[in-house]
Design a protein around this ligand. Structure first.
Ligand code: GCO
Ligand code: MG
Length: 425
């Protein structure tokens, strides 16, 4: 439906006076899964031959809903408009939904917003980061993921990551007899965990992970930064206990110690523990960060560019973080496409608030679908000196990687705790 007839435009008064002839002719959406998880790519096309912008609206849990918002609402609203006034268009799109916000709407807006920034930079013949004030660093320090069940095995993987140049490594530890985020013990349990036949066991997590992290630190030494993702699976009491037990591990940050619904507890936890806290990948509105920045009650903002609504809101959040002394640690596993990763890097290298960037290890097929995919070199990600964000999209290659059935990816809904109640994922 990307070519649906445009609705009356009622453009901003200055647009006609400006006399510019460029117009958005289509907003096209594409589904592809070269890494296995669904990516939703947005291409904003214009009446200037060969001039288009690319964005990413990937929400692996609600892919088709986001595509519908783009195809049925956002696309027809943008057709015929001048792409230049990104702030104006972002606010117009946000208000057009009236009951604005939510992750589906934000991912849709995030997709077109990044595409409009890419388009503007291409028209100016400038790298995207130069529109944000230029570089303050050459590249974004990155962290990679390792996991396992035995601390010695995990320590070896940390060492291997260091040999690949990473100075920051996220470690996830499989918990015996429990579903575990980011790690599975072995093939049989991995299958059981994938089918969510194994409940989550907070007590087992608290018995296992602090000791494992301490042992990993002993084995790898102090010269590598270790991170860990709790993935919102503890309640505030358990979170307090975890902080007490891992205080001496010297983590670079502990991620998603609490679910967004318990965010009011961060102030007290942050006050009583030296463990740096990172949160935010689940936030779809910058306002969700605001309360946490007032304290500040966190040390790192884990913003996810598509889910936050794009670079327009993300840039504002980055300035707030800079002024509050909170670092950026943008979300970037494989369910964030190389297009969104490149857009995020434009912010990373141009913001003084930047701390560390999550780096996906993409399957080889990803680079075919996304020419220009940026890969870590020496443990860092460096955006290219080319117009725009630098990543393109190959439609025919994309068609070779159809997306999985809607509920196949990340079956978070099937996770339950020891007592059988639904567990936050
Ligand atoms: C991370 C995240 C992811 C999420 C995934 C959900 O820190 O990278 O927790 O692994 O689980 O993005 O779709
Ligand atoms: Mg996470």
């Amino acid at each position: 439906m990307a070519d649906a007839p445009a609705i009356p435009l009622a453009p901003a008064p200055w647009v006609e006076e400006r006399g510019a002839k460029i117009r958005i002719t289509a907003v096209r959406t594409f589904l592809t899964a070269p890494h296995g998880c669904p990516h939703l790519i947005v291409r904003v096309e214009t009446n200037e031959p060969g001039l288009y912008g690319l964005g990413c609206a990937s929400d692996p849990q609600r892919t088709l809903a986001v595509r519908t918002v783009l195809d049925e609402y956002v696309g027809p609203l943008l057709r015929g408009r001048d792409p230049d006034d990104i702030e104006d268009l972002h606010r117009l799109l946000l208000n057009s939904g009236y009951w604005r916000g939510g992750s589906v709407e934000s991912n849709a807006l995030g997709g077109v917003d990044v595409a409009l920034w890419d388009l503007k930079a291409k028209r100016l013949g400038a790298p995207l980061y130069s529109l944000f004030g230029g570089r303050v660093r050459r590249a974004a320090e990155a962290y990679t993921h390792v996991d396992g069940s035995d601390p010695a095995e995990i320590a070896d993987k940390v060492t291997a990551a260091r040999e690949r140049g990473f100075r920051h490594v996220r470690v996830q530890v499989a918990v015996p007899g429990s579903d575990t985020y980011g790690a599975a013990r072995d093939a049989s349990l991995a299958a059981a965990v994938r089918e969510r036949r194994v409940p989550w066991d907070s007590a087992a997590y608290l018995r296992t992970v602090p000791k494992a992290l301490a042992r990993i630190r002993e084995l790898v030494g102090d010269e590598v930064e270790l991170l860990h993702d709790v993935h919102e699976r503890l309640d505030p009491r358990q979170a307090r206990e975890l902080l007490r037990r891992i205080e001496d591990v010297g983590l670079y940050f502990l991620e998603d110690l609490l679910a967004p619904e318990d965010a009011r507890h961060f102030a007290r936890l942050h006050a009583v523990s030296p463990v740096p806290l990172a949160v935010g990948e689940l936030f779809h509105d910058p306002a969700q960060f605001i309360a946490l920045l007032d304290g500040p009650d966190i040390d790192f903002a884990r913003l996810r560019i598509p889910t936050l609504g794009g670079l327009t809101p993300a840039r504002k959040l980055a300035v707030l973080c800079e002024l509050r002394g909170v670092r950026l640690a943008p979300h970037g596993p494989a369910d964030v496409s190389p297009v969104a990763q490149a857009a995020t890097l434009a912010l990373d290298v141009s913001s003084h608030a930047f701390g560390v960037q999550e780096a996906a290890t993409f399957a080889p097929a990803v680079a075919e679908v996304f020419p220009g995919t940026i890969v870590p070199v020496g443990g860092a990600l460096e955006p290219p000196e080319v117009p725009g964000h630098g990543v393109d999209f190959d439609e025919s290659a994309a068609r070779r990687h159809p997306v999985p059935e809607p509920l196949e990816h990340d079956r978070w809904a099937l996770l339950r705790g020891q007592d059988g109640s639904v567990q936050r994922p």
